[in-house]
Design a protein around this ligand. Structure first.
Ligand SMILES: C[C@H]1O[C@@H](n2cnc3c(O)ncnc32)[C@H](O)[C@@H]1O
Ligand SMILES: [Zn+2]
Length: 448
């Protein structure tokens, strides 16, 4: 497809270009071929989008999700993380089927399209199903199988095989929209030996790693009690944070650390030195009362920080606009400094920073980059006046202001109409799967 977007206000996120008040973008198949001010040269376009009254910007990147968990939205609220996982979520997940994860993932993709997220990093089970949902929905996904070894070698071997198979079968599929990582669940659910094995496999296969780290004080205390050091230092002792392609620099493979709440100054220094990327999930951290990640300190130390929602059972949605606003407000409150985490920094976290771990040719609108972008409706009461576009996006705009989405040069939603999925079918099937899943869990509990 040869697409022209005209009459647009454009936020490129490209430092050398910035904002264009009235301009155009030309998309040639999956790539942006031209961006400029004013009116474009005429061309033989397959499609012309008149973006008058809209802002065109890079799509949002959600760097920590568990998409299959969309079916467990609101299933177990208001609990502490350990009980929530062990008493409610894991027993429910034991009843999940491949079909559940397919429809749950597709529902998640639908919600992300509606709310402007063009790319995400996921860690879950039955990941072939999530990959199929990504293939079908047209968005971009970096997928990992969540390996929970539980310090059991036999279980670890079986988990590792599933993680490895996902990487081998799906890396680069769907025209590169699907990428993969290894997903060891967390330092308190996987042994050091297992994590060292994962590091080697990631380097061998040339993919990154996605892990939960220092999410709760309980994790910090358990690690200190069992190993004498925190999770970051524990994994540092097996070189996990140095996962990289042999002979290349620290940025060669993405190392994605979700949460990173209970970080010491020393932990932050390790992340900065080793090039670890943090996925900050403020809403999940607030809902589970896990704590407040020292994001301001991490950024000052040079850590690349991105944003994620976490799964729908701890958020309870996939709305990155809510995540952006919460991230900004929470750092201000925590540091008692209203200048902490300004709006521009938050928008960068949700776009170009996230793109660094998913696809480096996205996250910034410039020629040669992939055409992953969204149109935000500015003809809305909450968009008048706009003195600063970053302020609007973080403090006033909402996910429902996203009217059009293009990923890899393909239009997924236009003027609020989803073009790639039968929205009703997805919602109906996901709803049925959720009801049946909960019934199976209840029946099983009755038998116990
Ligand atoms: C992949 C597994 O991870 C589980 N999970 C979901 N949210 C969290 C969280 O906040 N911390 C740790 N683990 C989490 C998910 O239920 C799967 O079992
Ligand atoms: Zn998580």
């Amino acid at each position: 497809m040869f697409i022209l977007i005209k009459n647009a206000r454009i936020l490129t996120l490209d430092d050398s270009c910035g904002e264009i008040q009235n301009g155009y973008i030309v998309i040639d198949n999956e790539f942006i071929s031209k961006i400029g001010a004013g009116t474009p040269i005429s061309g033989n376009y397959d499609k012309i989008i008149d973006a008058a009254g809209s802002l065109v910007m890079p799509g949002l990147s959600n760097t920590h999700t568990h998409l299959g968990m969309t079916l467990l939205r609101g299933y177990a609220d208001d609990m502490i993380l350990k009980d929530w996982l062990e008493k409610e979520i894991w027993p429910a997940e034991a009843e999940l089927t491949a079909e559940d994860v397919y429809w749950g993932s597709l529902l998640g993709c639908l919600e992300m399209i509606r709310f402007g997220t063009t790319a995400f990093c996921d860690m879950y089970f039955f990941m072939d199903e999530t990959a199929k949902a990504v293939e079908k929905s047209g968005i971009r996904g970096c997928l990992s199988y969540g390996m929970i070894e539980l310090f059991d070698e036999e279980r670890g071997n079986a988990e590792f095989i599933k993680g490895e198979r996902l990487v081998r079968e799906w890396q680069g599929k769907a025209n590169g929209r699907i990428t993969t990582m290894y997903g060891p669940h967390a330092p308190n659910t996987c042994s050091k030996e297992f994590i060292a094995k994962v590091k080697k496999a990631a380097e061998r296969d040339g993919v990154g790693v996605h892990i939960h780290v220092l999410e709760t004080e309980d994790e910090l205390n358990t690690m200190k009690k069992n190993y004498g050091v925190c999770s970051v230092h524990h994994l540092d002792s097996v070189g996990f944070w140095d996962t990289r392609l042999p002979g290349s620099d620290k940025s060669s493979l993405p190392i994605l650390a979700a949460h990173s709440v209970w970080m010491s100054e020393g932990d932050i220094k390790i992340f900065a030195e080793k090039g670890v990327t943090v996925s900050h999930n403020p809403i999940s951290n607030m809902k589970l009362a896990s704590g407040i990640a020292p994001i301001q300190k991490m950024i000052q130390a040079g850590v690349l920080v991105t944003l994620g929602t976490d799964g729908c059972a701890s958020n309870n949605n996939l709305n990155m606009f809510e995540e952006m606003k919460t991230a900004a407000l929470l750092q201000k409150l925590d540091t008692k400094d209203p200048t902490a985490l300004p709006a521009k920094t938050v928008v960068e976290m949700a776009t170009k920073n996230g793109a660094q771990v998913i696809d480096k040719k996205t996250g910034v609108l410039k020629p040669g980059n992939k055409a992953d972008l969204i149109l935000i409706d500015l003809k809305k009461a909450n968009a008048i006046p706009i003195f600063d576009i970053y302020s609007h996006l973080v403090y006033s705009a909402s996910g429902s202001d996203v009217k059009t989405m293009i990923v890899d040069g393909k239009i997924l939603m236009e003027d609020y109409k989803i073009l790639v999925l039968d929205e009703y079918e997805v919602m109906k099937n996901a709803h049925e799967c959720a009801q049946n899943l909960v019934k199976r869990v209840k029946d099983k509990n009755k038998m116990l």
